[in-house]
Design a protein around this ligand. Sequence first.
Ligand code: FAD
Ligand code: NAP
Length: 513
Amino acid sequence: MAALCCKHKLKLFHTLRAQLLHRNISGKFDYDLVVIGGGSGGLACSKESAQLGQNVAVLDYVEPSVRGTKWGLGGTCVNVGCIPKKLMHQAALLGTAVKDARKYGWKIPEPVSHDWATMAQAVQNHVKSLNWGHRVQLQDKKVKYLNMKGSLVDQHTIRGLNAKGKETTVTAKNIVIATGGRPKYPTHVPGALELGTSSDDLFWLKESPGKTLVVGASYVGLECAGFLTGIGLDATVMVRSIALRGFDQQMSQLVTDYMEAYGTRFSWGCVPNKVEKLPSGLLQVTWMNTLTKQEHQDTFNTVLWAVGRAPETKTLNLKQVGVQLSGDTGKVIVAADERTSVPNIYAFGDVAQGRPELTPTAIKAGKLLARRLAGQSSQLMNYDNVPTTVFTPLEYGCVGLSEEEAEKRYGKDKIEVYHAFYKPLEFTVAERDASQCYIKVVCERDGAQKVLGLHFTGPNAGEVTQGFALGFQCGFTYAELRDTVGIHPTCAEELTKINITKRSGLDATVTGC
Ligand code: FAD
Ligand code: NAP
């Protein structure tokens, strides 16, 4: 017992000593705010805070991927997420455009081929320019950048460790955790970790991934399989249950139907059992079809795990300083104002429980938090009605509730679903099949018919959905949507003309202007 007391006393002494060492004599801290994580959210928060006159430092450190891939400042979105993904999606769209171009009179000699190395190099150069831009911005805005891996010593003290193992300790009045997440691996599948690839590597490959098996059928899986198909690679998506869980399932079906017609293969109801490397260097995957109960095998050049992401909380020492984590997800439990169970420690973005894993929400939440911490505002982040787009070969944008969720919350009889199958003008001359170009507006059935959900598959779905998200934010009604004057000839105008209800059973195909 006495020994235990001594141990505690010693620990207390070291903690107090560390705290005192890093606070000046007036009891102040080194910084008003220290942000751990220089991704979308952390950078936005630290820059906003510094602009409001706070003394701020941001720690960012990239632990190499399982395959050893490393990258610079800016987090997931810039380096291994939105940016390289959208650029590779663009590369794939250009492939389709080349095919369309012939119908529009362009003489393009056959065969047209795609070179991975050229694309990857160009994308990586752009990403590196963004890394540099972020460093310059931090300097310009007087945010101290520490290229260190951070962990908490106590509720005001952060230990940073650089790549050479040098330790630095800083103190802060407030601490923000914005450490994001990393791809998960199904560790129960033999060979998954040793032989697999993740989205942390794909965009940085110097050579083409070749024939690829993508395991997982949500945003990452479908987007990656989509652009791989689009640049001419053999890509298969292995789906264990449904595609795009949480999204409107009719829209999800349209997205995967289009992909199948586009050339992406799908293995529905399948789960991988093992991955082995053959003497040829090919990866042999054995999987189970849970519907037929049969085992299958095929060989691939690359197996891409897109089975979700795990929060970066393990090495932060959060529990020890009293920050509560979710037992299920390992994410940080936060209140509406992003506060954790420790009053001066906040968390937001992908690392926080219950938040959308999207860049714009992380950025907005970070800026609002900075303003509140600087005493400039009391505005909280509104996580409702966040618009999003899945950048699959046929893009899918949405905001608000899926039809299923609206039915669940309001009852089938209390909602009205307006819908339309339309043909984008650009598809006509190109003779492209538009069977999956579809719009759905889910509304309350009674009264002013408030819009509850808006869904769009078609070209530039993100651009289309962004504008309507403003209407959503303003609580627009079906009548207001119909009163909106369209812009002709666009795909977005079809939303302002939508007038067939699902309930009527009438043909929803748009036939003229
Ligand atoms: P991150 O951006 O992940 O930043 C966290 C940073 O903290 C990282 O730099 C990390 O290295 C660092 N870090 C971690 N631990 C420590 C530590 N202990 N010390 C110091 N630093 C640490 N979202 C969209 O809105 N649109 C898209 O099109 C889109 N596409 C995506 C495509 C892919 C393939 C993926 C994987 C994600 C995509 N996302 C997209 C999601 C988006 O990238 C994330 O939601 C966003 O980056 C989250 O930002 P964050 O600040 O929470 O974390
Ligand atoms: P996710 O949404 O969690 O989806 C994981 C997928 O993997 C699901 O299809 C899941 O199937 C499947 N899966 C999980 N474990 C599996 C296993 N052991 N074997 C086989 N399949 C398995 O993860 P994500 O696609 O990686 O996306 C992560 C987050 O990044 C998203 O929530 C999103 O917010 C963000 N993101 C956004 C964009 C964008 O804005 N365009 C793009 C990419 C990523 P079940 O459905 O059966 O569980």
